[in-house]
Design a protein around this ligand. Structure first.
Ligand code: PLP
Length: 307
């Protein structure tokens, strides 16, 4: 990718230390504008990328996606994300005419073309341009890369406060493009000074809209719900590093049990692990630098480096 800056720029901004920062930020913004995306077989400038208006993702919300973090040129846990995408596709009866290997090659080429330091890749597959606006046809494949902040090296010292809401996503084991409830609840969450919502059904918790939920019991067992939610890639990796150091249980968790938990946290590819200090009126004494959550955060970070 070539970025051209003309002489007038340097007349206005001589390249001293302060302006070096400005230049970097302008280049980053420019790159954002001319990012390369991939739509149905073609790499294309993202500003020119488009899909037909009769796409079933747009018209009926019929689509799946996956999202992964990229560190420099390294896509993190790529195979796990691709495997989950294909599980979502199978469940949704969407037949993508690409093998997993072909998709991986496209993603690696995109990373090479866009040259971003910290980014995320979103692979979306929709029901396609349906002539009757209702029957899925050949899917559309849309892959975009965008800059995202790097998560901090240490676990956040400002834990999240969650509020609970009785809701269960449709086809919860599939990463569908439907985040309707999550977006609709945003003002309500903010009004309660919370950072996110924890879904439950009759007091049995499942997940947050974009992350998985864990507790650590008083006798140091890591517990996370095992049904009614999306099996996150970060969740799988946390369970695998945790099994080396502690007992792990995948089972139902209810709000009453959370009251007695020693620690609670949420996980996702973009956040790694975020400690939770309150759920509705429940207060959890969750954060300390040697908490189990902080140890798992470090183990997860190490796993990323090995990836
Ligand atoms: C519903 C839901 N649960 C959990 C997660 C966390 O998954 P991962 O760890 O693969 O990012 C996500 C991610 O966006 C999600 O949408």
């Amino acid at each position: 990718m070539i970025v051209m800056i003309n002489h007038d720029f340097f007349k206005t901004y001589p390249l001293d230390h302060e302006n070096h920062e400005n230049l970097c930020s302008i280049i980053q913004k420019t790159l954002t504008c001319i990012m390369i995306s991939y739509i149905n077989g073609t790499f294309i400038d993202s500003t020119a990328a488009s899909i037909p208006v009769n796409d079933l993702g747009l018209q009926r919300g019929y689509g799946v996606f996956d999202f992964l973090r990229v560190k420099g040129s390294q896509p993190l846990f790529l195979q796990q994300h691709i495997d989950r995408l294909y599980r979502s596709l199978e469940y949704m009866r969407l037949q993508l005419p690409y093998s997993k290997e072909e998709l991986i090659t496209i993603i690696q080429s995109m990373i090479h073309q866009n040259q971003l330091q910290h980014s995320g890749i979103r692979i979306t597959v929709t029901g396609g341009a349906s002539p009757d606006g209702y029957t899925p046809v050949e899917p559309h494949l849309i892959i975009v890369q965008q800059p995202i902040p790097e998560p901090p090296d240490n676990m956040l010292t400002s834990p999240y406060q969650l509020v609970t809401y009785s809701y269960s996503r449709q086809l919860p084991e599939v990463k569908t493009t439907d985040y309707l409830m999550a977006l609709w609840l945003q003002p309500w969450i903010k009004k309660q000074n919370a950072q996110d919502v924890l879904y439950h059904s009759d007091g049995w918790v499942s997940e947050c809209p974009r992350s998985n939920f864990f507790i650590i019991t008083p006798d140091n067992v890591l517990v996370t719900p095992d049904s009614g939610m999306l099996k996150g890639v970060t969740r799988a990796n946390i369970l695998s590093v945790a099994r080396e150091i502690m007992q792990v249980e995948e089972r139902s968790v209810n709000l009453e049990e959370i009251r007695t938990a020693k620690e609670a946290f949420i996980s996702s590819s973009t956040k790694r692990i975020i400690p939770v200090s309150a759920i509705d009126d429940m207060h959890l004494n969750t954060y300390s630098s040697n908490s189990i959550s902080a140890q798992l955060f470090e183990a997860l970070r190490m796993l990323e480096n090995k990836n």
